[in-house]
Design a protein around this ligand. Sequence first.
Ligand SMILES: C[S@@+](CC[C@H](N)C(=O)[O-])C[C@H]1O[C@@H](n2cnc3c(N)ncnc32)[C@H](O)[C@@H]1O
Length: 299
Amino acid sequence: MLCYVNYKRVKKPLRIPNLEVEIGFGRGDFIVKLAKENPEKNFFGIELSQVSVEKLMRRVQREGLKNVFCTRIDAYWGFYLLFEDESVFNIYMNYPDPWFKKRHHKRRLTTPERLYVFTKRLKTGGRIEIRSDDYDFIRFSEESASFLGCFDISLEELSVREPLTKYEEKWLREGRKLYRLILLKRGEPRFVPHPTIREVEALFPEKVKAKRNKFGELENREFKLGQSVYLKTFKLWEREEGFLIECLLTESGYYQKFFVQAKRKGEDEWVLDVSPYSEVLKTENLQRAIRELGKALQA
Ligand SMILES: C[S@@+](CC[C@H](N)C(=O)[O-])C[C@H]1O[C@@H](n2cnc3c(N)ncnc32)[C@H](O)[C@@H]1O
């Protein structure tokens, strides 16, 4: 298996034994150190930053590590899509972005809904370890954990001699206090409603009857496909064999950009499908989006 896991293509859930996960690995210092010290375990890093992912991939290859995997996705969706319940031994978050402003708190990695999904995937007896220099964020995370009602919670001030990560090094240099919150899972978390998406095995093309001049109407439109599900269209390109439409689908906060192609099959007959050059996560709403474009053409 390659270090990089393409979450759009891979068979889910992943079945990786002795699995631990780091959220937001940055330069990769911590995950690489863990992997070297524990060759019998597997480590999976989830990152939003493409640059970080590429750096980790190069490092893993250079150092010949066989027990490090990673993907680029928001950690919530990474856990939601990739792992089975009760399958992850430990979860680490080192200096995640604490989103200081109150109105941004809902973006924090440790809101009850996110922590709920991380906790479901964590094995009972496993730990979530969070390091931060931001006491307000630590308290916020502690509150979310208490709400889930399934942890032994401990908080300590760290006295670090060898910094684990780039940010730890930085905060130490600036003389900041550092904290570690440890959440030990003792049982099932209290249910928290959380965003969901549903994958499908395959996407089906949509046959449509429409005049060629109707396609212009698809440009720069917005469609509401369901609760918290929106399709936006942007530019339309006309080609010899049909059209290409630039689209953005947002479903419960998961979003993907892709192109829909319309291929001419006969007089006023078209087939709509996701362009083969767009790699997508196949979801029910993506199928709905193709259908909706078809309906708009026939309206
Ligand atoms: C402040 S940096 C810390 C990096 C590293 N852990 C360290 O201590 O040096 C936070 C990292 O978390 C990543 N990150 C933030 N939110 C994330 C999310 N929702 N899912 C995955 N990664 C995330 C960012 O891209 C960034 O690399």
